[in-house]
Design a protein around this ligand. Structure first.
Ligand code: NDP
Length: 323
């Protein structure tokens, strides 16, 4: 039996190629001198895409008439046109749960780093300023109310950790959750008015685009802290830079941006922003767990079994099965 052709869009953890190579012919798009030529050659045979965070637009899906599965090694799949995939009966799988604790841990670290100015204080010491004077006093987490935008798997893990810090917790989402006792706000502006700290951890995509904006920052106020571990698209980045510059809010901690990996010089120049290069899930342990789940999804599909974690938009019974 000929091995199925799989297209890899990005480099992945070594375990992916080691696990899939015996069962499939792998085509590494990022290594191709001429990507269009590779797609023209192998596109008609490609039955699956395997990728780290995938950018998979309709135009790519249309070039792959035999496509049956897109397995991304990430929980967020806003870069994949799931509507185009669903129309074609292509199943899309992601990697929920296995990164939840890692991302929640990092979020707490970023929150504390932002409020207590940990990177700036360290720069102060390394810059030799300590003998001149003690580092300045900072804002505090004490007495804060934290509003979580998107109380899903990761949002709940963040809330669970925040309980240990003895702060009040609220959340905003499209619906109130019956099994949760935190204060619910049906509007983001309403929550921003009621809290002094916001953490964004929703999916990206059209529905959440710029949901955090000028109005949100004005409602949050001059003591406000904004943390974004969701996606850059969730916040109006220009409005955020303006709010940080003019004191509409106090500070921000960001892991995600518009147009990554490019971060505007204006943002980099701001002392009241703590900036991370999209690393919330980026430990070797967790990236391996994500990669393994992507492999497990592909291996299940290869055997004609249901993939373990299809996204809700492409439920497996409606997706095409291997022939
Ligand atoms: P879940 O699907 O479990 O949670 C998403 C939450 O967002 C839900 O509670 C949902 O609540 C809420 N939500 C969805 N749409 C909206 C909306 N339009 N307005 C308000 N709330 C909304 O996902 P996870 O917790 O597993 O992951 C969340 C996201 O975190 C990922 O999609 C990804 O974008 C991001 N992420 C970032 C990482 C990083 O490296 N920085 C790493 C991992 C994830 P409801 O349905 O009630 O609206």
């Amino acid at each position: 039996m000929t091995k199925p052709d799989l297209l890899m869009l990005t480099p992945m953890r070594p375990l992916v190629e080691a696990a899939l190579e015996p069962h499939a012919t792998l085509h590494r798009l990022w290594e191709a001198q001429d990507r269009d030529a590779l797609l023209a050659e192998v596109g008609p045979r490609v039955r699956g895409i395997v990728s780290f965070v995938a950018s998979c637009p309709r135009t790519l899906i249309e070039k792959l008439p035999a496509l049956e599965i897109i397995a991304t090694s990430a929980v967020g799949y806003d870069g994949i046109d799931v509507k185009a995939a669903a129309e074609r009966g292509v199943v899309v799988t992601n990697t929920p749960d296995v990164l939840t604790d890692e991302v929640a841990d990092l979020t707490i670290g970023l929150l504390l780093a932002t409020i207590r100015e940990i990177p700036r204080a360290e720069r102060y010491l390394r810059g030799g300023h300590w003998p001149e004077a003690p580092y300045r006093l900072t804002a505090t987490l004490r007495g804060r109310t934290v509003g979580i935008i998107g109380l899903g798997r990761i949002g709940k893990a963040i809330a669970q950790r925040l309980e240990g810090f003895d702060v009040a917790i609220a959340y905003h989402g499209r619906r109130q959750q019956a099994d949760v006792t935190y204060s619910y706000y049906p509007t983001l502006t309403g929550m921003a008015q009621a809290v002094d700290t916001l953490i964004a951890i929703t999916p990206g995509g059209a529905e959440t685009r710029h949901m955090v904006n000028k109005e949100t920052f004005e409602a949050l106020g001059p003591d406000g802290i904004f943390i974004n571990v969701a996606r850059g698209s969730v916040v109006d980045q220009e409005a955020l830079i303006a709010a940080l510059k003019n004191g509409t809010i106090l500070a921000a901690g960001l892991d995600v941006y518009d147009n990554e990996p490019h971060v505007p010089a204006e943002l980099i120049a701001l002392e009241n922003a703590v900036l991370l290069p999209h690393v919330a899930s980026a430990s070797g342990h967790t990236r391996d767990a994500m990669a393994q789940l992507a492999v497990d999804n592909v291996m299940a599909w290869l055997k004609g079994e249901p993939p373990l974690t299809p996204v809700p938009e492409t439920p497996w019974p409606h997706a095409k099965r291997p022939v």
